[in-house]
Design a protein. Structure first.
Ligand code: FES
Length: 484
């Protein structure tokens, strides 16, 4: 399904695919919010910039954002102090505060109709008031002012809530469309290989003095080994019409707490977040969201629904800086968690400074080469465990189930003689069967019943029931079952 912003914002005029060779100062790979902002800032500084996008500009995860522009990243402060330490957490806060202001200035300057407005941000809980007491103390340590409250601008009675004033919300798509207009951008131009400072697509190549990889999940498996240091999380959203607007942006923690914001004539209700590839958690996500919508807004009508996927780092701080010490001149920005607005702007500023060799006092905190602290090591071990389990599952013998046992609308890994199939039977009874081994590193896929997709539990690639690539790190679709 399509997001509310994608439905309500006209698409930009298409950019051509890259054909032939170009030499330039800077190449940005990835035309989502981070890539477009980075290319825009570099162009403003006088660089000759090329932007390559595998699909359409703003066509990936950026389309699915709910665009909460805030430094209050849920109950983030206590966790960040634990995982990253005080100094790094302070740098993260400073970069995001600066990014919120920069997005506001850019929105104003661009004249784009992106509905940027300052609103209060709330983090609330129905069940865990102690967690928010700790969060308030952590915010104070980081120099952030939050007010404790039991009143929310929504029909929710929390056990505890913290309010941070003067945060913001927007629709980023008109802004990105305006910024992309003057860029030398190429769509349907997936980078398939890199040879030093030269990136190649199917029909062309770009040689640049500096390259910024802003592809949500990094496009190259090695060097950098980001697949060992990132995992992907999914979340689901309903846009509801016919309800009272919500007076701020709300983020719920703990059981039964959802996130909310208003946008034009709708309210977004989001949540049910889970690690990509967790088939049990994915099942029934939209039904549970609809149940919550019914309780909170009995008269609401569902306008649209959609899902989004976020890259998470073990310490909660994005990786922004050198892609790898073995790739001089190549930079990366990834791992924005669920906070892709302010983090994307912060990353674009850091990348623009790194590429134009301007000193940025916050850059050290985001270095992709940083060593993980003790609690980040625990998260990394968990990530390795998930990957091993996914790879191990692909080595197990086929299950007893066969395609005949699949009911309409059902998908499962089934037996076909001695081999496995990822098989889905559609509502009309037709069978769709693809290879069950992920095109990235051959983990066994799992069926996501809410999205009718095949999701990988190892690093979060996703495929349609016919094998079309929906999300990386895989760089191509799944082969049909008979070509495995
Ligand atoms: Fe890496 Fe599937 S094996 S995403």
């Amino acid at each position: 399904m399509t997001s509310y912003f994608a439905l309500s914002t006209p698409q930009s005029a298409p950019h051509p695919p890259l054909r032939g060779h170009i030499d330039c100062d800077a190449l940005v790979i990835g035309g989502g919010i981070c890539g477009i902002l980075t290319a825009h800032l570099l162009r403003e500084r006088g660089l000759d910039v090329v932007l390559l996008e595998a699909g359409r500009l703003s066509g990936g995860q950026t389309r699915g954002t709910t665009a909460k522009v805030t430094v209050q990243h849920g109950a983030f402060a206590a966790k960040l102090l634990r995982t990253a330490g005080r100094e790094r957490a302070q740098a993260y806060v400073a970069a995001n505060l600066r990014a919120v202001d920069a997005l506001e200035a850019l929105a104003l300057r661009s004249g784009a109709d992106c509905s940027f407005e300052r609103v209060p941000a709330f983090v609330y809980t129905l069940t865990e008031p102690g967690a928010l007491e700790q969060e308030a103390e952590a915010c104070a340590l980081l120099g952030l002012h939050v007010e404790s409250t039991r009143r929310l601008p929504a029909p929710i009675l929390p056990a505890a809530a913290l309010c941070m004033e003067a945060q913001a919300q927007m629709n980023p798509l008109p802004l990105l469309r305006a910024l992309a207009g003057p860029l030398r951008a190429f769509e349907h131009s997936r980078v398939i290989s890199m040879d030093g400072p030269c990136a190649r697509t199917a029909q062309g190549s770009v040689r640049a003095k500096a390259i910024a990889v802003c592809t949500n999940y990094p496009v190259f498996t090695l060097p950098g080994a980001y697949f060992l240091r990132l995992y992907q999380q999914r979340a689901y959203v309903l846009a509801l019409k016919g309800v009272q607007p919500v007076g701020g942006i709300l983020y719920g923690i703990g059981p039964g707490a959802y996130s909310l914001r208003s946008a034009q004539d709708a309210v977004f209700l989001g949540g049910e977040s889970h690690r990509c590839g967790d088939a049990r958690a994915a099942s029934g996500c939209y039904d549970r969201l609809r149940g919550a919508a019914k309780r909170l807004f009995p008269d609401a009508q569902e306008a649209t629904r959609w899902s989004a996927q976020d890259c998470m780092t073990p310490d909660g701080i994005p990786y922004v800086g050198r892609y790898s010490m073995r790739m001089p001149g190549v930079h990366i920005a990834t791992g924005f968690g669920k906070w892709g607005m302010s983090n994307a702007m912060a990353a674009a500023q850091l990348l623009a400074d790194a590429i134009t060799e301007r000193e940025n006092p916050l850059a050290w905190a985001f270095s992709p080469q940083r060593l993980p602290g003790p609690s980040a090591c625990v998260a990394l071990a968990g990530q390795a465990g998930h990957a091993c389990a996914g790879l191990g599952a692909s080595l197990l013998p086929p299950p007893l189930r066969t395609t005949e046992s699949l009911a309409p609308g059902e998908g499962a890994i089934v037996r076909d003689g001695l081999r496995k199939l990822a098989a889905y039977r559609d509502e009309q009874g037709a069978l769709h069967a693809i290879s069950p081994y992920c095109a990235h590193m051959r983990c066994l896929l799992r069926f996501n019943a809410s999205e009718r997709s095949w999701d990988c539990p190892c690093h979060g690639s996703r495929f349609s029931v016919d094998g079309e690539l929906l999300c990386g790190p895989a760089q191509h679709g799944q082969p049909a079952a008979d070509r495995d």
